[in-house]
Design a protein around this ligand. Structure first.
Ligand SMILES: Cc1cc2nc3c(=O)[nH]c(=O)nc-3n(C[C@H](O)[C@H](O)[C@H](O)COP(=O)(O)OP(=O)(O)OC[C@H]3O[C@@H](n4cnc5c(N)ncnc54)[C@H](O)[C@@H]3O)c2cc1C
Ligand code: FES
Length: 506
């Protein structure tokens, strides 16, 4: 997704700048009409595009770690030498320029060619890789396989009607009506043909024959594999409420779901959102942006308290109330009869549309049927391999040994799914890459982004630094002296620093 770019600012870097002008090892300027960032690491000075290739985050506010730079917004990581996006959510490389140092001055010269992808197969490379799932993990895996010069066949089977999309956007800008269509696809359609990725949409995989090494589709086709990645994601929980099957009652997972909500929102005056967690509240914010009156009904007493704690929960509630959202907490919808949603507490809410955001369940049916080890998710080892050799799992379905918490965890985060897809791809090519990324997610409510690093299911204490209501804070979720996770608002650098500390703590 790109955003409108402001005209280049800062010095013309072709004229040379002094090292003394660098602040925190960085200096932003331009080359022609392109914004360029000079970065000084321990081993050299690099000139790279000033903005992240994900959502255009300002890399000048990022963190340099070794010979890499991390984006302040959603923690993508770029190799300063090659420009490669080595960690999702960015997938595209950064432009780079040649740097020359003379008499204490740094000059930026011509733009460098993108380095050719390097084949990094180890051991016996497979011929045929099948990916089940066309979401975050599946796409990131396919992209990484080609980036690593895998020359065998890649077949990507997805029961979705749409090619892989930027799913987080479906509850945010796209639903709010502020993102154009072309922000959504992770890659344009011709990418798949050019990269020789056989993407088969509307294709349901019904079983995996682990002995014959075939994926079997609902149409009866058998697709052989040498390595298989299961990345079937999660599906929204269906509430057993009378009336949820009506056309104006929606759930949100796919682009089609989102388009159906947008169609219902057209001309709607009032909406009821069932569920006061991340997706429900992001939907509420997006519907408010469409000037629809929004009522949020949630069982919890405070939104998002289970994940973010009471202080952040109160803030999130107040933020939505400032924007006109009306909460019905500690309550639930017991029936939807046409436009009338009945509350357990006895009231009735009129709703032209209803969106159910009551959490998700990992889609485990295929893995269960194939006999893979299951533990509230598909059990994988540190290399994301399942209990059946040659079959890997990534994303919302995978429960992996997280070295940071010391627990086997499963999370539902976009960035984690993509990074797992990338790691699984390397391992399917014979590398032995441990998945040891510290979990990260973000959530956006109006103009307030909440970033979260780490994993804390329980904690003893939340240490709050700064001012939550002033939107300038860092919350540390602690168990004893150990920081399990941090949540922050507009403390991007500290969030990146916390990530590095957690990585180094092991
Ligand atoms: C609206 C919305 C907003 C979100 N916002 C955020 C956010 O802001 N931040 C964040 O961190 N996370 C967010 N998430 C969560 C994030 O999108 C998921 O964690 C991520 O998509 C998981 O990736 P995945 O590849 O495991 O699954 P998915 O992206 O769901 O992909 C699964 C794929 O498998 C396909 N599939 C499933 N079963 C079969 C089958 N039997 N045969 C063939 N294909 C099959 C599906 O069609 C789909 O293409 C959001 C999710 C939603 C729905
Ligand atoms: S804008 Fe850089 S990671 Fe999202």
């Amino acid at each position: 997704m790109a955003q409108e770019q402001s005209p280049p600012s800062g010095p013309d870097l072709t004229h040379g700048v002094s090292l003394a002008e660098f602040v925190d090892g960085k200096l932003a300027g331009h080359v022609g009409d392109q914004e360029v960032l000079l970065v000084r690491s321990e081993t050299g000075i690099f000139a790279i595009a000033a903005h992240c290739s994900h959502y255009h985050g300002p890399l000048g506010e990022g963190l340099v770690v070794g010979d890499s730079i991390r984006c302040p917004w959603h923690h993508a990581c770029f190799d300063l030498r090659s420009g490669e996006a080595v960690r999702a959510p960015a997938l595209n490389s950064l432009d780079r320029w040649r740097v020359e140092q003379r008499n204490g001055q740094v000059f930026v010269r011509e733009k460098l060619e993108q380095p050719a992808p390097r084949a990094r197969n180890h051991g016996e490379a497979p011929d045929k890789i099948v990916i089940v799932g066309g979401g975050a993990a599946g796409f990131a895996a396919a992209e990484m396989l080609r980036r690593r010069e895998f020359r065998g066949s890649i077949t990507m089977l997805s029961n979705d009607a749409a090619a892989p999309v930027d799913r987080p956007n479906l509850s945010k800008d796209y639903l709010a009506g502020s993102a154009p269509e072309d922000w959504l696809p992770l890659r344009p359609d011709d990418f798949y043909t050019e990269a020789k990725i056989d993407l088969r949409l509307k294709t349901e995989v019904t079983s995996i024959d682990i002995n014959a090494r075939n994926a079997v589709t609902s149409g009866g086709e058998t697709i052989p594999y040498d390595r298989l990645l299961l990345a079937t994601g999660a599906e929204p929980v269906r509430l057993p409420i009378p009336g949820v099957d009506q056309p104006h009652v929606h759930m949100l997972r796919s682009l089609d779901d989102c388009r159906a909500i947008i169609a219902s929102a057209d001309g709607a005056r009032r909406a009821v959102v069932i569920g006061a967690s991340f997706i429900g509240l992001e939907v509420a914010a997006s519907l408010r942006a469409r000037n629809i009156e929004v009522h949020v009904v949630g069982l919890e007493q405070r939104p998002m308290e289970r994940v973010l704690g009471p202080e952040m929960g109160d803030f999130v509630r107040a933020l939505h109330e400032e924007h006109g959202v009306i909460f019905h907490l500690g309550d639930t919808v017991t029936a939807i009869d046409g436009k009338r949603a009945s509350l357990k507490s006895g009231g009735v809410l009129e709703a032209d549309l209803v969106v159910v955001g009551a959490g998700v369940r990992p889609r485990l049916a295929l893995a269960e049927k194939a006999g893979l080890a299951i533990d509230r998710g598909v059990t994988v080892d540190a290399y994301l391999e399942t209990s059946v050799p040659g079959i890997y799992a990534a994303g919302d379905i995978a429960r992996w040994p997280d070295p940071h918490s010391g627990q086997n965890i499963r999370v539902e985060h976009w960035v984690v799914a993509e990074r797992q897809g990338q790691t699984a791809a390397r391992n399917m090519l014979g590398q032995r890459a441990v998945f040891d990324a510290v979990p990260f997610f973000w959530s956006q409510h109006y103009d307030v982004p909440i970033n979260y690093v780490g994993h804390a299911e329980n904690w003893d204490e939340i240490a709050v630094d700064g001012d939550i209501s002033g939107r300038d804070c860092m919350l540390r979720y602690k168990s004893g002296e150990r920081v399990l996770a941090v949540a922050s608002i507009y403390r991007d650098r500290e969030s990146l620093q916390a990530e590095v500390v957690m990585e180094r703590a092991g």
